[in-house]
Structures are given as structure tokens and as C-alpha cells.
Design a protein around this ligand. Structure first.
Ligand SMILES: Nc1nc2c(ncn2[C@@H]2O[C@H](COP(=O)(O)OP(=O)(O)O)[C@@H](O)[C@H]2O)c(=O)[nH]1
Ligand SMILES: [Mg+2]
Length: 287
């Protein structure tokens, strides 16, 4: 139980969770979304307490941008924690259909209960939750089959509360629950900035870049860089040489022909974020 007066997390977190808790009273099945590239860093652990007694579907979105093998390991990890899990590219019709099916399955018990008491089955009520930029609006639009709700990269882009009838059995709250990201540690913030789920300004560029290069070397992504930028790299690899080659290949030079490292760095970060370099998962699967 929560103790009154003990604020062990910031006010904005408390407020967001309280608002969600209020809406959850109406909900049968919770759809929580995390980004497949950062299945841990993009999950707010404080939600768990609120949805412990709900049927829970975890959608790992943007599977098209993630390394499939690691994504599958995370799927298993979350299945072991009692979630139904769907790896999804939210632009794919079949993945949306899979999400719809899993929600229906999770709601089966409730409707069986109604039927066994001779009552008419009630529509399942569901709600989408997640930190900014994981694909909440996209999923709402895809499930509702219309394009009324606007999609935006801006957190908090919502409108008045309504239920969307997905089909005869399923109703969806038309506004998602927006969870504040939870920066458990600095690495979480860096990972979120690297995939573009948080304003980059919050983390110094050099820190982001160092982390990106750690991932590039640890995950053997040098060949991906060679392919993307049409360059050829020799071991031992070093950050500066790589940036220099990228800059030359893309003509990122300052007056006088000097290498424009700053623009090369920004280009690399931008293209990584957009998934143009490689499919990766930045979080490690917990043992
Ligand atoms: N590649 C890819 N992009 C996606 C996917 N789902 C959402 N996006 C994009 O991610 C960005 C944020 O999506 P949005 O639905 O606005 O996220 P929200 O802040 O959680 O509502 C948008 O540019 C979407 O087009 C996906 O499965 N794959
Ligand atoms: Mg949105």
C-alpha cells in the first residue's frame, strides 16, 4: 500500500500515475507499449503496481528497427513476467491484427463469466499506455481504422476522452495514458536519447556519441557503417578516423577543406536514430 506523505518519486510522476489509476478503473485489458530497441529503458516500472490485477498485453513496437534475435529474448523475458507479448511493426496490418487477437484472448475470461451467468457479453474495454514516442497514437489510429486522432512526435498530443469501437467486442479509450520516462540511471536516459525518445539536449552530444560507438563496437556494426557510407575501415578502429571517413564521404567539410566533425557526429546520430545504420537493441536482457 502506498504511504501518505512519502514522496519517493517526483511530483509529475505521481500526478501522471494518479490520472492513469483513475482511468484504469474502467479498463479490462491494458496495452502497454515499449520500444523494441530499448525494451527496458522505455518501460516505466511504476506502472506495474497499478496494473498488477489487470490482463496485460505488452506491445514491443518498432520491431522493424530492432535486432530480431535480441528482441525475441526480451519477448521471452516479459512472457516469464506474466505478460502476453507481441513484437510489432505498427505499420504492418498483420501485426495490428495480432494485437487485436491477443487483446480479445485476454478478455475471453470476462466474457465467459458473463455468459456462464446467462448475461450478454460486454465489450472489452482497453487502454494504451507508454512513455512518449513509443507508438501510442499510431496504434490507436491503426486499431480504430480511421485517421482522426493526429499522430505527432510531440508528447501530450491528445484530445477529449472518448471510446473508439474497434469492433463489436472491443472498445478503446481514444486517449493514451502517457507515462513519464523513468530514468533509473544515466544509461537509461542516454539510451532513450539515442533512439530519439527524449530530447537530445538533455544529454551532451559527446556522451551520446561515446555510447553509440560502444554499441557499434560491441555489436560489430562497423560493416554496417562501411555499407551505409561507402567507406572501408581498418582495425584497430577508432572513433575519430571513422568520423573523418564519414565526413569525407558525405562532403562534410569546413571552409579550407577541414573535416567538419560536428556535422559528421550529428549525421551519424541522426541516421542511427532513424534506423538507417543497423537494427539494434540497446538494452541487455537481464539474467
Ligand atoms: N519504424 C517504426 N516507426 C514507428 C512504429 N510505430 C510508430 N512509429 C513512429 O514513431 C513515431 C512516434 O509515434 P507516435 O504514435 O506519435 O508515438 P506516441 O508518442 O507514443 O503517441 C512516429 O514517427 C511513428 O510513425 C513502428 O512500429 N515502426
Ligand atoms: Mg501520441
Amino acid at each position: 500500500m502506498q504511504q501518505k506523505g512519502v514522496q519517493w518519486f517526483p511530483g509529475h510522476m505521481q500526478k501522471a500515475l494518479r490520472q492513469i489509476e483513475e482511468k484504469l478503473k474502467l479498463i479490462d485489458v491494458v496495452i502497454e507499449i515499449v520500444d523494441c530497441r530499448v525494451p527496458l529503458s522505455s518501460k516505466n516500472p511504476f506502472l506495474n503496481r497499478l496494473i498488477a490485477n489487470k490482463k496485460r498485453l505488452l506491445v514491443m513496437s518498432k520491431s522493424d528497427l530492432a535486432d530480431f534475435k535480441t528482441a525475441l529474448q526480451f519477448k521471452e523475458y516479459y512472457q516469464n513476467q506474466g505478460y502476453e507479448v507481441v513484437l510489432a511493426d505498427l505499420s504492418k496490418k498483420k501485426d495490428i491484427e495480432e494485437i487485436r487477437l491477443q487483446v480479445a484472448k485476454l478478455g475471453q475470461e470476462k466474457n465467459d463469466r458473463y455468459r456462464s451467468r446467462g448475461l450478454k457479453p460486454q465489450p472489452l474495454r482497453t487502454m494504451i499506455l507508454g512513455i512518449p514516442n513509443v507508438g501510442k497514437s499510431t496504434l490507436i489510429n491503426r486499431l480504430s481504422g480511421r485517421y482522426a486522432a493526429s499522430i505527432a512526435n510531440t508528447p501530450g498530443h491528445t484530445k477529449a476522452q472518448q471510446w473508439i469501437k474497434v469492433d463489436k467486442q472491443l472498445e478503446l479509450l481514444d486517449t493514451p495514458g502517457i507515462l513519464p520516462p523513468h530514468y533509473e540511471d544515466r544509461l537509461t536516459a542516454i539510451n532513450l536519447a539515442l533512439i530519439g525518445s527524449m530530447k537530445e539536449q538533455n544529454v551532451p552530444l559527446t556522451v551520446l556519441l561515446d555510447r553509440l560507438f560502444v554499441a557499434i563496437f560491441a555489436k560489430n556494426l562497423v560493416p554496417n557503417l562501411e555499407l551505409r557510407y561507402g567507406i572501408s575501415l581498418q582495425e584497430p578502429y577508432d572513433q575519430n578516423t571513422i568520423l573523418e571517413m564519414i565526413a569525407k564521404s558525405r562532403g562534410l567539410l569546413i571552409k579550407g577543406g577541414e573535416i567538419d566533425y560536428d556535422r559528421a557526429e550529428r549525421l551519424l546520430l541522426k541516421e542511427f536514430k532513424e534506423g538507417l545504420i543497423a537494427k539494434v537493441v540497446l538494452d541487455e536482457v537481464p539474467l
